[in-house]
Write a protein that binds this ligand. Structure first.
Ligand SMILES: Nc1ncnc2c1ncn2[C@@H]1O[C@H](COP(=O)(O)OP(=O)(O)OP(=O)(O)O)[C@@H](O)[C@H]1O
Ligand SMILES: [Mg+2]
Length: 454
C-alpha cells in the first residue's frame, strides 16, 4: 500500500475495549487509513456528518447512542459499511440497527490483510451505494439492483423492459453511473417521439446540405455519446428501416452521417428500453428478430409498482425528500393515507406516485396529508364515508387488529359528522360522546377539515 490516502478514508472505531481500540487504530494507520477514536459521542457526530467513514465495532454496550446514530443514518438512506470484530459484545439494540447496514465480520484477533481487504470492499461498496439510486427493498427490486451491479462494468447491450413509469430511464442512468464509462456522456434519445424520417439524422448526424434545411453539418447522438452510453428509449417504436441501420452499427460499430461518405467508428455502450412486448412485435413482423437478439443480451425487467407495493413507503420518502429539496414545504402523509395508497393499483407506476406527491406538496405545502386529502380515485377502495370497513382481511397489508378498529372508528366518526352537518357538538351527542373526547379523536385522525365551527 504505497499511495497516500486522503481524508476520504477515515474509519470510525467504536470499541469500549480501549486496548483493542488502540491496536485497531495502529493497524489502520499502517494501512494508511485515518482512525477516528474520539469519545463515542464525538465519533457519532461523525457518523452523522461524514459520508466517507466506514465503521468498525468491537464491544459496544447500550446507552451510548450508537444504536440511535445507526438508525438515523439508515433513515436518511445512508447504508454504512460496518466491520464488526468477531466476538465483540454488542448491545441487542445496536445489533438490531446493524441489520440495516452493510456488515462484514472481522476475525479476532484482527489481521491486517483481512482488514485491508474488507476496507477496500467497503470503499467500493460506498462509492456504488452513492450512485445507486433505485429505491426499494422488495425482492424484485433487489434483484434489479443486483443485475445492474453485475452488468454495469461490461460493455454489453442492456434491454430494459417494463410498464410505463416503472423507472426504466432511472435504471439506464444507473447502469451508466456505475460503469467505467461514468466519466463519459449519457445521451438519451426517445425513438418513439421523433418522426421516422428525422430519426436517422438525429442518431447519426448529417452533413451540410444532406437534405432541405440542413444548412450546416450536425453531430448525431452516436457521436455525442462517444466514450459513454447511448440510451435508446422506446426502441419498440422504431421503424423497420431504422432498425436495419441500427443493427449495422451494433454489429460493425461504425456508421455514416446522413449525406456523408466517411465511415465513422464508434465506442458507445447501448442501453435500450421499451414498454412494448418485443417478442410479440417480432412475431408480428414489426421488430427485427436479429436486432432483438442483439439488444436482448442482458434484459432487465422493471416490476410494476403494484407488484412491489411494499416499496411504497420508501418510494414516498424518497419522493418527499426530492420535493422538499425543491422547497415545497414539509409535506407528510398520515398513515391511513399511506394505507389507502398501498391498496391502489398504480397503473402509472412510480411516475404516477411522483406526480401525486408533487400535487400534494403544492396543495399542502407544510401539512399532514390525511386520507381525506387524497384525490378520489386513491381512496375509493377504503370507503370510510359509510362507516363500513371494506378492507379485505387477507390482503397482505399487515394491518393489525388495532389498525382495523381505528379505521372503523374513523369511518363512524366521519359518518356522524356528515349526518350532523359537520357540527361537532351535534355529532358528539349522536355518538353519545363528550364533545372534548370527539374533538380529540377528530384531531387524532386528522379530520379537522371535515368539521364546521361548533
Ligand atoms: N426506484 C425508484 N426510486 C426512486 N425514483 C424512482 C424509482 N423508479 C422510478 N422513479 C421515478 O419515477 C419517475 C419515472 O421513472 P422513469 O422515467 O425512469 O420511468 P420509465 O419507465 O422510463 O417511464 P416511461 O415508460 O413512462 O418512459 C421518475 O421521476 C423517476 O425518477
Ligand atoms: Mg422512460
Amino acid at each position: 500500500m504505497t499511495q497516500a490516502r486522503t481524508e476520504q478514508n477515515r474509519v470510525l472505531v467504536l470499541d469500549t475495549d480501549q486496548r483493542r481500540a488502540a491496536e485497531l487504530s495502529d493497524t489502520l494507520r499502517v494501512l494508511n487509513y485515518e482512525p477516528i477514536t474520539a469519545g463515542v459521542g464525538e465519533s457519532l457526530d461523525r457518523l452523522h456528518d461524514a459520508n466517507d467513514v466506514a465503521v468498525m465495532i468491537g464491544d459496544m454496550p447500550a446507552g451510548q447512542g450508537v444504536g440511535r446514530a445507526l438508525r438515523a443514518a439508515a433513515e436518511e438512506r445512508r447504508s454504512l459499511p460496518v466491520l464488526r470484530v468477531a466476538g465483540g459484545e454488542i448491545a441487542a439494540a445496536i445489533d438490531e440497527q446493524l441489520e440495516r447496514h452493510h456488515t462484514w465480520e472481522l476475525d479476532a484477533p484482527v489481521m491486517s490483510s483481512q482488514l485491508e481487504f474488507l476496507l477496500e470492499r467497503a470503499e467500493r461498496y460506498r462509492g456504488r451505494e452513492r450512485r445507486m439510486r433505485i429505491t426499494g427493498k422488495s425482492p424484485s427490486i433487489r434483484w434489479v439492483r443486483r443485475l445492474i451491479e453485475k452488468v454495469a462494468d461490461f460493455d454489453t447491450s442492456v434491454l430494459i423492459v417494463g410498464e410505463s413509469g416503472t423507472g426504466k430511464e432511472l435504471v439506464a442512468r444507473t447502469v451508466h453511473d456505475l460503469s467505467n464509462r461514468s466519466g463519459g456522456p449519457f445521451v438519451p434519445i426517445n425513438c418513439g417521439a421523433i418522426p421516422a424520417e428525422l430519426l436517422e439524422s438525429e442518431l447519426f448526424g448529417h452533413e451540410r446540405g444532406a437534405f432541405t434545411g440542413a444548412v450546416s453539418a450536425r453531430k448525431g447522438r452516436f457521436e455525442l455519446a462517444e466514450g459513454g452510453t447511448l440510451f435508446l428509449d422506446e426502441i419498440g417504436d422504431m421503424s423497420l428501416a431504422m432498425q436495419a441501420k441500427l443493427l449495422r452499427v451494433l454489429q460493425e460499430r461504425c456508421y455514416e452521417r446522413v449525406g456523408g461518405t466517411k465511415t465513422r467508428q464508434c465506442d458507445v455502450r447501448i442501453v435500450a428500453a421499451t414498454h412494448r412486448d418485443l417478442p410479440k412485435r417480432v412475431e408480428a413482423g414489426e421488430f427485427r428478430e436479429d436486432l432483438f437478439y442483439r439488444l436482448n443480451v442482458f434484459p432487465i425487467e422493471m416490476p410494476p409498482l403494484r407488484r412491489r407495493i411494499s416499496d411504497l413507503p420508501a418510494l414516498l420518502d424518497e419522493l418527499l425528500v426530492r420535493h422538499r429539496g425543491s422547497d415545497k414545504g414539509k409535506l407528510r402523509l398520515h398513515e391511513d393515507a399511506i394505507r389507502a395508497l398501498r391498496r391502489y393499483s398504480w397503473p402509472g407506476n412510480v411516475r404516477e406516485l411522483s406526480n401525486l406527491v408533487e400535487r400534494l406538496a403544492i396543495l399542502h405545502p407544510s401539512g399532514q396529508v390525511g386520507l381525506e386529502d387524497l384525490p378520489e380515485k386513491y381512496r375509493k377502495h377504503v370507503d370510510t364515508d359509510r362507516g363500513r370497513d371494506t378492507l379485505r382481511l387477507d390482503d397482505g397489508t399487515g394491518l393489525t387488529l388495532r389498525d382495523r378498529l381505528q379505521h372503523i372508528e374513523k369511518g363512524i366518526i366521519l359518518a356522524a359528522l356528515k349526518d350532523a352537518d359537520n357540527v361537532v357538538a351535534r355529532a358528539a351527542r349522536s355518538l353519545n360522546l363528550r364533545r372534548t373526547t370527539l374533538v380529540e379523536k377528530i384531531n387524532k385522525y386528522g379530520l379537522n377539515d371535515q368539521t364546521a365551527a361548533g
